[in-house]
Write a protein that binds this ligand. Structure first.
Ligand code: 5AD
Ligand code: FES
Length: 346
């Protein structure tokens, strides 16, 4: 089988064997990438038209009890300058976003025990009450099933928790022994079972990652069948032991976006800030490969540079209004448009 035949098979069957995924990832050419991207755009457009859905991202705490080796806000990084937004600041970021037209908010933070269940549930309930027409997404890492249940009942609709890698040996190369792939997967199944629309995902080109690992990531995602998948290139952070590791590439990231689109035509698939960081046209390239979500920053400008998961992150100096204007123009330049709705899974 050659790569083109494998892509045709993926298009027909929305899945491949592990060996075929590995072969495709190892041998795809520029021509293959253009070929699969055309299928990916066509299928995304059948469901979502040329809409790209913006989610207003509020990075509300960079305290984190975990020490993921790749991440700039890991607990072991004494150089990180730590902040927490107050409830009032979070609500005012939402209000700012609402006025700009956003109907979908993402509250993301490190695993910060300060935002315990009661505190978090109150914040979610206030946002839910004030903006009944908006989708609320949480991205707070691993929590107990009871905690997820409470946040769902408070009014959250969606939850993002990347699995990071579906290979447990690889998982242990990226995380300390206190963390496990098994528990992470359990969290994802709990979230689904409770009724959240779930997003998972992984970094492309993370240290020690192999094409075999990526094939396993794709097969895990097929099994979980999430509504959203977040992937972006690994980008080194200077205060981690992976500081000298190379970034993931645009080529492999966009190729994987196209594969994911063909595996589930309905996916909500962000073209990530990390992709925009390694290439000035990265987010546009992601959309042309089949992505249909962007997540502009709504956090107060004063704290943005401190939510530093990786180096050289874009948009850390821009006002929310500038960002959305800039992104809107970029997206129109490739024949798409921002659709300011909840952007539910269809
Ligand atoms: N490069 C790229 N992505 C990163 N993340 C964390 N650190 C990095 C990095 N150095 C991603 C992880 C996490 C998400 C919030 O950010 O995949 O799930
Ligand atoms: Fe933020 Fe362009 S998207 S400045």
């Amino acid at each position: 089988m050659n790569t083109k035949n494998i892509i045709d098979q993926l298009y027909r069957e929305q899945n491949l064997s592990r060996n075929d995924f590995i072969f495709l990832l190892k041998h795809f050419t520029e021509k293959d990438a253009a070929y699969i991207a055309a299928f990916a755009r066509k299928e995304a457009q059948k469901i979502y038209g040329t809409s790209v859905f913006p989610r207003g991202l509020i990075e509300f705490t960079n305290y984190c009890k975990n020490n993921c080796y790749y991440c700039g806000i890991r607990s072991g990084n004494a150089n990180a300058s730590r902040y927490r937004l107050t409830e009032k600041q979070i609500l005012s970021a939402c209000e700012n976003g609402y006025q700009l037209g956003y109907r979908s908010f993402v509250l993301q933070g490190g695993e910060d025990p300060y935002f315990h269940d009661e505190k978090m549930a109150v914040i979610v309930a206030k946002i839910r009450q004030k903006y009944p027409d908006c989708a609320i997404t949480l991205s707070l890492g691993e929590r107990s099933r009871k905690s997820y249940q409470k946040l769902f009942e408070a009014g959250a609709n969606r939850y993002l928790l990347r699995h990071e890698t579906a290979d447990s040996n690889h998982y242990h190369m990226l995380h300390p022994d206190s963390m496990s792939l098994e528990y992470r997967k359990e969290c994802l199944w709990n979230l689904k079972d409770i009724g959240f629309h779930v997003g998972t995902g992984f970094m492309v080109g993370s240290p020690y990652q192999t094409m075999e690992n990526l094939a396993d990531d794709l097969l895990f995602i097929k099994k979980l069948n999430p509504q959203m998948v977040g992937i972006g290139p690994f980008v080194p952070h200077h205060d981690t032991k992976f500081r000298d590791c190379p970034s993931g590439t645009v080529e492999l990231t966009t190729f994987l976006l196209s594969i994911l689109r063909l595996m589930n035509h309905h996916l909500l698939l962000p073209s990530t800030t990390a992709l925009g960081t390694i290439d000035p046209k990265g987010r546009e390239k992601g959309i042309l490969a089949g992505a249909n979500v962007v997540m502009p920053n709504l956090s107060p400008v004063a704290v943005r540079k401190d939510y530093s998961l990786y180096d050289n992150k874009i948009c850390t100096g821009e006002e929310a209004a500038e960002c959305v204007g800039c992104l809107g123009r970029r997206i129109e330049s490739i024949g798409y448009h921002l659709e300011f709705t909840r952007g539910d899974y269809r």
